[in-house]
Design a binder for this molecule. Sequence first.
Ligand code: DON
Length: 568
Amino acid sequence: MPEVDFLPAGRRAPRRSLFSIALGALLLLAIGAPWAADGAPSAAIASAHPLATDAGFEVLEVGGNAFDAAVAVSAALAVVEPYSSGLGGGGFWLLHRATDGRELMLDGRERAPLAAHRDMYLDADGRFQPESSLNGPLAAGIPGHPAALVHLAETYGRVPLAKSLEPAIRLARDGFPVDEQYRRLAGFRLEVLRQSPAAAQQFLLHGEVPPAGATILQPDLAATLEQIATSGRDGFYVGPVAERLVSGVRAAGGIWTLEDLAAYRVVEREPIVGRYRGWRVVSAAPPSSGGVLLVQMLNMLSGFDLAALEPVDRAHLLVEVMRRAYRDRALYLGDPDASIIPLDLLTHPFYAAGLARDISPDLATPSVPKTAREQGADTTHFSILDRDGNRVAATLSVNYPFGAGFVPPGTGVLLNDEMDDFSAQPGVPNAYGLVGGEVNAIAPGKRMLSSMSPTFADSDRGVAILGSPGGSRIITMVLHGLLSLDAGQEPAAWVANPRFHHQYLPDEIQHEPEALSEAERRVLEARGHRLREIGDGYGNMQAIYWDRKADVVRAASDPRGIGKADAR
Ligand code: DON
């Protein structure tokens, strides 16, 4: 059985004659391949946890490349940041291979179980029951994270999977210390974690949030990682681990089957590519909405001179651009294997020009009002560059903090609650206030729409690798990051700059306190915008910039989190 589906099959490279290959090689020698000469002056890793960044460097130091380091960082994050991502979740790994310039998005997104159906979170009266798509095993999609680790190591790595999993296995077996972020998020999900005895045993201390400095030991997770290290995907998707996952899920009211696990496949997809003021922007393809929305927003913005605008006019313009892109998210985006998505149209500059045509310089365009629930706070992003110029941008998730809060006994695997990213009912907002329709409705085996947006930007000025968690706000965070890059700022500024966001519905500008001055807020309100301050800030961006002109690599980790970025 093939390990991976390659899509879209119709777009595979045509066969070339030997003559044209030789001619191409000669031409590249003469003019220099765009990706040649791409040895970077240092390797760099930025991740949301210092122990994960260290795990990545450990694997680079024993001869691994950026893809091996990505396996090490992903697996380590699954251990030390259980509230963000893990073996029970999924994600998107955006890859750039230096030897041939190949770029792809490894789609390890969760799938709906085969027994899932569109009304599974509605009660007898047809009302959406939000708790059931967020808490417990019924909320969990079939994980893609383990399959992605195996595929990354076997297809793109240089060292054996067992080597790149070593740091994570050690961290699970020997433990890691609880920090304040862990405490805050465990507190947020305390009631749910208490309902799963195996989760409570793994993540709590006598049913309470453990104190800072306490050691979290995860022997079952170490054993599951060891199974993957020795048996590859079969260590998770068939055999004893799979049996424990399925029996644990079913005993607690879930609907997984062994067939669900055995049938899971990662997919290599062509990333979404756009252009903005000399930058080639490469980002996540559906089932993420990230790349499409980013390119739409950049296309709309390319008709304006942002640097010439007053800050408040710039904010107004950005909000109007965000609003228009997120409207399309709800209308057109979902799993590309289940629906036809008009990608070429949505990312075309002419289409963006049409969208931008009715932006008024001094009046907000109203969205149709709806209400939203509060935004959750986790998922994780990391960025890696190695000295050969290989790049990885990966955004991984279990959705809500600590996912579904459920661990099938004997596995150490905390399950995701990514099913909430489907549109459970047309027009009814999910945990991030996002609405959707048929294209993102639940169906057996379907992938739920995501906002995760691992992104590269490349020009003769340099190479940027960036991304962030933050639910629906991820895409606008990456947009702010790209605009800061274009404005000549350093990665330390991209990750730290105050942020604002609009997602069509709810019709409000969500902003960090420092993002808009009092005077700017008054002007925006007078133009018809509603504002909501997000007091604690949001996001956890991890970024790398290789400045080609200065031949220097800089990495930065969002000051809102506890991450670590380094270039060596
Ligand atoms: O895939 C998505 O879009 C969401 N599950 C991501 C969740 C997230 O970023 C939570 N962090 N605040």
